[in-house]
Design a protein around this ligand. Structure first.
Ligand code: PT1
Length: 271
C-alpha cells in the first residue's frame, strides 16, 4: 500500500475500485453467492486497472442508517478473507468503527478509509499502532440527515482547515505524514454549489501536500445538475475525474474502473 501512496506522490494516478457489501448492493442469493459475487467483482475491477479495492459494509449515502459493529464485521471480513485467498490486490476498509478497522487489518486490509476522519474513540490510536495508511474525509453531519441543510460560510476554506486539523491530530499522535490522504467528501453534507466549488478549487486541496482522494462517482450532485438517474452518470463522473486530474488530484474512488482508467490514460498522455 505504501507503494501506491508513493506512486501518487510521484505524480502518477491510482484508481480505487468500490466494492459495497451492503445487502442492497447484491441482487439476491445466499451467503455463498454474495461472497462469490463480491470476489468476482473485486477481481474484475483489479483486472480493469484498480490497484486498490475499497470495501464498505455500512452505506454512507444520504439517508442511510447506521449498522452495528457485529453486522458490519459479518459483512466485510469474509469478503476480505476471500479476496486475500485469490489475489494480492491492496484492500482498504471503508469504516468509521475501530473494531471493524482492527478486524479488517487482521484479515489483510492495508488502508483505512474513514468518512469520519478517525473521530471515533480509539481510531487514531489504532491506526498509529498499526502505522497503516489512512484516508481522512470531510463531512458535515451524519449520512441520515446530512443533506437536510448543509451550511458553510466558506465551504472550501472550512473543509481545508478541517482536513489540516485532522491530519495534524494523526501526526501528533505518531502517524507519519506519508501515510495520510485527504478527501473533501463530495456529497457529504454539501449542496450542489458546494460540490461544484470543491471541484473547481481542487488545486487548493492538492496544494496541501497530502495525496487527495476524489470520491465523486455517480453521486447525486450529477442527478441534481443533469437530471440523470444513478445508472446514467458515467460520462459526468468520468468528466469530473478528468477535471480533478487537471487540477492536481491523482487518487480516484470509482465504480466504473475501465472507463475511468481510459480517461486517466488520456490525461497522463497530454501531461
Ligand atoms: C468518498 C466516499 C467514501 N463516498 C471516501 N470514502 C462514499 N474516502 C463512501 C450522493 O450524493 O467520497 N470518499 N465512502 C459513498 N457516499 C456517498 C455520499 C454516496 C453521497 C453517494 C452520495 O449520491
Amino acid at each position: 500500500m505504501q507503494q501506491l501512496l508513493d506512486k501518487i506522490r510521484s505524480d502518477r494516478w491510482v484508481v480505487m475500485g468500490i466494492l459495497n457489501v451492503t445487502p442492497d448492493s447484491f441482487s439476491d442469493g445466499g451467503r455463498f453467492n454474495r461472497l462469490d459475487d463480491a470476489l468476482q467483482h473485486a477481481l474484475q475491477m483489479h483486472d480493469e486497472g484498480a490497484e486498490i479495492i475499497d470495501i464498505g459494509g455500512e452505506s454512507t449515502r444520504p439517508g442511510a442508517m447506521p449498522v452495528s459493529v457485529d453486522e458490519e464485521i459479518d459483512r466485510v471480513i469474509p469478503v476480505i478473507e476471500k479476496i486475500r485467498q485469490h489475489s494480492d490486490v491492496a484492500i482498504s476498509i471503508d469504516t468509521s468503527k475501530p473494531l471493524v478497522m482492527q478486524a479488517a487489518i487482521e484479515a489483510g486490509a492495508s488502508m483505512v478509509n474513514d468518512v469520519n476522519a478517525l473521530h471515533a474513540e480509539g481510531a487514531v490510536e489504532l491506526c498509529v499502532r498499526h502505522q497503516i495508511p489512512v484516508c481522512l474525509m470531510h463531512k458535515q453531519g451524519d449520512p441520515s440527515t446530512m443533506q437536510h441543510r448543509p451550511h458553510y460560510e466558506n465551504a472550501v476554506e472550512e473543509i481545508k482547515q478541517y482536513l489540516i486539523e485532522r491530519a495534524n491530530v494523526c501526526i501528533a499522535s505518531g502517524l507519519t505524514a506519508e501515510k495520510i490522504c485527504i478527501d473533501p467528501g463530495f456529497g457529504f453534507g454539501k449542496t450542489l454549489e458546494n460540490n461544484l466549488s470543491l471541484l473547481k478549487e481542487m488545486s487548493q486541496f492538492c496544494a496541501l501536500d497530502y495525496p487527495v482522494l476524489v470520491g465523486i462517482s455517480r453521486k447525486s450532485m450529477f442527478g441534481r445538475l443533469l437530471g440523470r438517474d444513478v445508472e446514467d452518470r458515467l460520462v459526468a463522473s468520468a468528466s469530473a475525474v478528468v477535471i480533478a486530474y487537471m487540477k492536481g488530484a491523482r487518487f480516484f474512488r470509482v465504480h466504473d474502473v475501465a472507463e475511468t482508467c481510459d480517461a486517466l490514460k488520456l490525461c497522463e498522455a497530454i501531461k
